[in-house]
Design a protein around this ligand. Sequence first.
Ligand code: PMP
Length: 361
Amino acid sequence: MGERAYNFGAGPAMMPDAVIERVAREWQDFRGEGYSAMELGHRSEHFADILARAKADLRALLDVPESHHILFLHGGATPHFAMVPLNLAQPGESADYIHTGYWSDKAMAEASALVNVRIAASAADSEFDRVPDRAGWQLDPAAAYVHICSNETIGGVEYDGDPDTGNVPLVADMSSNILSRPIDVARYGLIYAGAQKNIGPAGLAIVIVRDDLLERVRAGVPSVMKYARHVEWDSMYNTPAAFAIWVAGLVFEHVRKAGGVTEMARISVEKAQKIYAAIDASSLYINRIQPASRSRMNVPFFLREPRLEQRFLDGARRRGLLNLKGHRATGGMRASLYNAMPLAGAQALADYMTEFERKNG
Ligand code: PMP
């Protein structure tokens, strides 16, 4: 392997070195079986053990209560924009959405053909610079569920905790901050997350769903889109993404050994503070998110002089600081600081930002 770069990409994102090394070791000869990890059969004893351990480790990491099932599904996070309304609401019912930016918007747009989408709170008026204050949410007690995106990957806006929605099930897209802090899973009816940021290879999704909600599925939903069907088949209704689940399990094991989500939370704050401090001390970089809603996972920033952007990216690349270009929807820069990004990576970026401003500001 060449020198290890700091990959600030928003996903597929940086993976822990220890996991990459382990995959490399077993890539060609999985557990001494004489076949590749890619050839791992889902009916093998190895896979039964891998799936059981992955579930147990995730349950332990997030302290998932017995009332909730854990699923490993195909297709990333996007299918759940539709599967949530199909499984939790009857046609014509209403669901509350909290509108915080690009990804909550996508979820709402997809759901709007399937359920009556009600915007219970929105930060659109302030250009999505915050999570709307919980006190101002206009929740409907009769809603089928309340949907949030716990971290807006593009906007760089993050909830600072688990909102209380009373008896209405809370549904969260946690794609870009799952496993980055302790959560009170009991508050959630359903959590979904694409794996490619804090968990493992793209294409896999994690779902955590409360048992009593499974029976709400509406008539006519295809089997592969029914959470109940996947629970019944223990995530093996169709051939599971065996390789990706194995890698996700290695990540869970790694995070447990590294101190669990409490430790991930501590380091994430330290990493993010380094970048926000570099931005706040500067007259070149701008981040316009309200401090209380700033994401620990994705730090979007702009250069006051856009003509310097390419020079900034080129210089970063020469130092092994990769994939800092912002999302095409927003432009600018974005530093993603998921669990696998070491503190030294955040420090190297902060140092580079300061030095670049001194030379070019
Ligand atoms: N939700 C969030 C918050 C995301 O960041 C992403 C992907 N970046 C998605 C959903 C979509 O995930 P996928 O591409 O796995 O469907």
